[in-house]
Design a binder for this molecule. Sequence first.
Ligand code: ATP
Ligand code: MG
Length: 402
Amino acid sequence: MNFDQILIRYGEMAIKGKNRRSFEQKLMRNLIRKLKPFPGARIHKTRDRMYILLNGEDPHAVMDVCRKVFGIHSLSFAVKVEKTEENLKEAALLAFRDAEGAKTFKISSKRTDKEFPISSQDLNPLIGGHILQNTEGVTVDVHNPDVEIKVEVRQEAAYITARDYPGAGGLPVGTTGKSLLMLSGGIDSPVSGYLTLKRGVELEAIHFHSPPYTSDRAKQKVIDLAEQLSQYGNKIKIHVIPFTSIQQKIHREMPEGYSMTIMRRMMMRISEKLAERQGILSLTTGESLGQVASQTMESMNTINEVTNYPIIRPLATMDKLEIIDLSRKINTYDISIRPYEDCCTVFVPKAPKTKPNREKANYYESNSDFTEDIEKALEDSYVIEIEDGKQIKQEDEFSDLF
Ligand code: ATP
Ligand code: MG
């Protein structure tokens, strides 16, 4: 006997009315897409839950995929059996064994088929006794069990449900619009992307690349990071922006102390323009207060002046160690620490101004005109598409020229 279904309980079910329907539809669609590698699997929806009917697909492999889908509060394996005492006992034992390390349990039986000869009060000790006989060092605890096994005897069959696995939480990706993630090869921005996806936001990404100062391997990092992120969401388009000539011009024409601030302002301007072009209504960054020179309050204020787009900064108040923990959990840490230089580190002065201000930044910028450079960077950008952990397409590649 093995599990033949996975029960899915939604999160955030305070969601009511029309929102609830679109929540459920998005969740269903996201699940269907993630279940493509398991052609036997089918989704069955009831009033407030979903079941994945496995039809022979590997229960644990499917569970692993589902646990990365946002909008799910918890999941459990379940098995449907014909209504015999033997089947119920065997299924309950299977369910108990799924809760590795559990020392105490409780059976909760429910009988809606009143023709079934054993009442639910009698089922609990009967099934519980079978588990006790087949395990060692295990006891019943009806108040605070390590695992509760649910047995439901219905008209058509009996269902046995095993322990709860926590789901990924959050909201189904696609229920709260789209954001343009400013994705570097660092530790922070991928984590930021993950947290934004978790709130149901679909992502496109923008990456500033400065060949030949930054190598193809630096770009590959970003692709690899997006591949990890895409396991939690839908397709991700990475817009790669050639940034070399703008950086060179900043280096030539702007005072050294302000070059980093001005470079960031250029990134913001380009990101906003691209977002607008793509119909995207917000930007997301990996900025975290006080982390580096560009992330002081003065810096943020000066950099932020050039856009009135909403900027989502999921990491703003997080500690570096918390961020690193998360990056390990989502498998981006090892990619992020590969030692290839990012465009921001290449031209960064030894002593960037940590307390820039808007007046000076505007004054310096007024001595040069970047309008055409920004347009050109956008024109020369190209898109790499990532889906379900793999690169699927690259358009307009021109980086071979460098
Ligand atoms: P990260 O670890 O995400 O690179 P960081 O701590 O290195 O962040 P900064 O270098 O100050 O911080 O960058 C701040 C934010 O600016 C990044 O989190 C990212 O959102 C954005 N950013 C930096 N460099 C790039 C780049 N080359 N392309 C796109 N976005 C970038
Ligand atoms: Mg960085």
